[in-house]
Design a binder for this molecule. Structure first.
Ligand code: GDD
Length: 314
């Protein structure tokens, strides 16, 4: 069994590669010349191919060479605030990159299953009586990033219906754990605490909107879900991947602070506030559970402690 992971050097990609190697799957991943390699350097048994997903030629040669049975399409511009600063780049990167994959799969007539990493951000504005969020909830995206994920998902649906591509979109709610990029809130706060503990930063932790509510799953549970999505999911169906619980960002911060014995002051930085923030994401993962038997296993406290220790060790 051969798997291709786009964005293998990223946070989720590196965890997925580890998981697949544990299942004796042959793993190839795409990187770009500017990719950071520190998350995958320890993985000796993977093949890396340089590929620019925005370039149809680059994608076509990749797929002609690898001919995967499974594609996990993770590569994306995935940071919501960047999508306000570079909306065109976000749309182009996320949408065109995926179309290039679909067209190359068609051209080479590959019989493969394709998981596409869509997002709970697609739900966007959610009314208080609309939680927990099911796959049937309306999509009201609130950022260019969220719109790019809606487009990715609908293209997956369209290529499935038009050409029979076996596409399975996963709407993953927030996920974190060791190696999470430092821009994302859990990692950003954990890194600040670790730096304060090391004495390389004054004891003031900068934050944005602490009232937003998010549903966090451990990345190691998420990659297991991606595997199961392709093993047991139905092509053309979309699945929520979530923990079924949510907390405010303030509660998440308080949990992290409880792991440290430093006196730390919290200060809001207006630069960290967004033009529009999704107020609440709380997912219902029962459809995915019914299809695959998946449920999250790693407690949130464990995830956050592992994340803080990751930054302490760096
Ligand atoms: N990044 C960041 N930094 N977010 C902050 C901060 C801060 O200092 N302070 C508060 N927040 C709030 C944000 O306003 C948002 O409400 C929440 O923390 C989470 O922010 P992020 O970690 O940046 O993630 P996100 O929810 O915008 O998006 C993530 O989850 C999506 C799935 O719902 C990303 O991983 C997306 O790629 C993913 O699709």
């Amino acid at each position: 069994m051969k798997a291709l992971i786009t964005g293998i050097s990223g946070f989720v990609g590196s965890h997925l590669a580890e998981y697949l190697l544990g299942k004796q799957v042959e793993v190839t991943g795409t990187i770009r010349n500017r990719s950071r390699m520190d998350h995958i350097r320890h993985l000796k048994d993977i093949q890396l191919v340089e590929c620019e997903l925005r370039d149809p030629f680059s994608v076509e040669s990749l797929l002609a060479k690898v001919k995967p049975d499974l594609i996990f399409h993770l590569a994306a511009q995935s940071f919501v605030p960047t999508s306000w600063n570079s909306p065109v780049d976000t749309i182009h990167n996320n949408v065109a990159g995926q179309v290039n994959i679909f067209e190359a799969v068609r051209k080479h007539d590959l019989d493969c299953k394709i998981q596409i990493a869509c997002s709970s951000e697609e739900y966007g504005h959610v009314e208080p009586d609309e939680v927990p969020i099911k796959e049937t909830n309306p999509l009201r995206p609130l950022s260019p990033y969220a719109v790019s994920k809606v487009a990715q998902e609908y293209l997956g649906y369209q290529y499935h219906k038009s050409y029979g591509l076996k596409v399975i979109p996963t709407r993953t709610f927030n996920h974190t754990g060791p190696r999470r990029g430092e821009n994302f809130v859990t990692s950003n706060f954990a890194k600040q605490i670790a730096e304060i503990e090391k004495g390389i930063k004054p004891p003031v932790l900068m934050v944005g909107n602490l009232e937003a509510k998010r549903d966090f799953t451990d990345v190691r549970d998420v990659v297991r879900a991606y595997w199961l999505a392709l093993e047991k999911g139905t092509p053309g169906e979309t699945y929520n991947i979530a923990s079924g619980k949510c907390c405010t960002i303030r509660e998440m911060l308080n949990l992290l602070l409880s792991f440290s014995n430093k006196e730390i002051t919290v200060q809001q930085d207006p630069e960290r506030l967004r033009p529009s923030d999704v107020e609440i994401l709380l997912g219902d993962y029962s459809k995915f559970h019914q299809a695959t038997g998946w449920k999250p296993e790693i407690p949130f406290e464990q995830t956050m402690e592992d994340l803080l220790n990751y930054w302490r060790e760096r």
